[in-house]
Design a protein around this ligand. Structure first.
Ligand code: ADE
Length: 254
């Protein structure tokens, strides 16, 4: 998969994209990234990319001519969608990451200043995404978040193919608790079932604990998911086992 990223600060990407899983995935040819410096498309002497807003007020606006020159250059040989990172966009989630990971190429536009000129938004942007209901200084970190979430879903990027499937959200639930050696740590033992070697019992335990965690921490997710007959039964069991008080406590400790 190929990512084109339009930004005023290409140097911000070198750390996150050069190390760990994203760095290795690029070395192995599983993904590629081109960074486009928007300032290169400002053609006046001072390479100005922003201007004051019509109607007055605080904040600056990205100049439409500069942005459109940059977008059109990137789009010259591609029909890839242009995704603008903005707090006004649809909130990014695992399902959107999964959908985008099936595309061969996407173009990400990191905004800065107050906003982009509305005419660019209407004419050259295919999708607007936000990474949450808070405002950052620019769209660079959101672009990195998108690339990271999408890249780890591409075949071969994670060492163990199964690990993305087990993720929180991938089946509409939070992930179940995990344990590793030693079986006893500071007086706390690993649940017996995980040491039993009984695959079916382990599967049911994991499903139950994923459902419990989701019900306790993110009940809103259960409203969005169509539960199977087995999941419904297990959830009823959990509700009987867990007191309202316990639910409140778990939420507080998040
Ligand atoms: N730019 C500034 N804040 C943002 C956010 N929350 N999501 C996406 N882009 C942004």
């Amino acid at each position: 998969m190929h990512f084109d990223i339009l930004t005023l600060f290409p140097e911000m990407f070198s750390g996150p994209f050069g190390t760990s899983i994203l760095g290795k995935a690029q070395e192995n040819g599983l993904l590629s990234v081109d960074l486009w410096n928007i300032r290169d498309y400002a053609i006046d002497k001072h390479r100005v990319v922003d201007d004051t807003p019509y109607g007055g007020g605080a904040g600056m606006v990205f100049k439409p001519d500069v942005l459109v020159r940059a977008i059109e250059e990137v789009k010259k040989d591609s029909s890839a969608p242009v995704i603008y990172l903005t707090p006004q966009g649809k909130v990014f989630n695992q399902q959107i990451a999964q959908e985008l990971s099936t595309l061969p190429r996407i173009i990400l536009l990191s905004g800065h200043y107050e906003e982009i000129d509305e005419r660019v938004r209407r004419g050259w942007i295919d999708q607007e995404l936000s990474i949450g209901d808070y405002v950052l200084t620019g769209g660079e970190l959101p672009a990195m978040v998108l690339v990271d979430a999408i890249a780890r879903l591409l075949p071969g990027v994670l060492g163990d193919e199964d690990s993305a499937e087990q993720d929180s959200f991938s089946n509409g639930l939070l992930d179940c608790p995990h344990y590793t050696r030693p079986a006893q740590f500071r007086g706390v033992s690993v649940p017996d079932v995980l040491l039993s070697g009984h695959h079916e019992k382990i599967r049911v335990w994991r499903l139950k604990e994923a459902l419990r965690r989701t019900w306790l921490r993110r009940p809103d997710l259960l409203g969005l998911k169509e539960l199977s007959a087995e999941e419904n039964l297990i959830l009823e069991e959990i509700k009987k086992e867990t007191s309202v008080e316990g639910r409140f406590k778990d939420n507080e400790s998040n």
